[in-house]
Design a protein around this ligand. Sequence first.
Ligand SMILES: [Fe+2]
Length: 233
Amino acid sequence: MYEKILVDIHSHILPNLDDGSKSMTESLEIIKVMHRLGYRKMILTPHNQQGWFTNPTEKIIDALNKMNIAVSIHRLNMILEAASEYYLDELFLQTIRKKLALTFGRKYVLIELSPFILDKFLFQHLDEIMQHGYVPVLAHPERYIYFYQQKEKYHQLHEMGVKLQLNLVALSNEVSKEMRCIAEYLIDQQLVSFCGSDTHSMKNSKILENLPNETSYLEKLVTTNPLLNSTLY
Ligand SMILES: [Fe+2]
């Protein structure tokens, strides 16, 4: 199933840049599993969030170059690119105003929100991001609890051109039933433009390995939703 997805667009495996992989060895092990599953390209997206992790572009590109060397030494057949998972905060808004955000594909920029508190300016911020020529990709929409009672917001986001990026792990039994229901709702409504592993460690990869046996929604996602992952290959 994963060979049809082909490109993973969300992971934290540039070692020691954020709360993800802790070593090059760990990252290489994860890449081996992703390759075995069928992935051939990964976009590596370390966090950028004011007051938590700040990863300037040069630091990310430097880490990517080191990882590419390690991948070629170990003869792993995986194309690597880097972007960032930007928390929608003032620092990020300044970055897009200066047109300095790290993007992938067709000016896609991966963003995340507070899981608990709805930013009352969310839609204005998204408009501004788009006016600067970026296409916002909203990471793990199934995580934002304030949308659970107002699912029409997902449709509103989709219609305004925001791409929704489902975390595949949300289809597993590892997450709450409520979150899984939202993930399945997004698939039923064909609102998912991208899916991602959001891999932080080997734990994620193991969940992905079991997922095809655990749920029919992975197949449903791949066969019925307008997934763009493979267009990035
Ligand atoms: Fe992430």
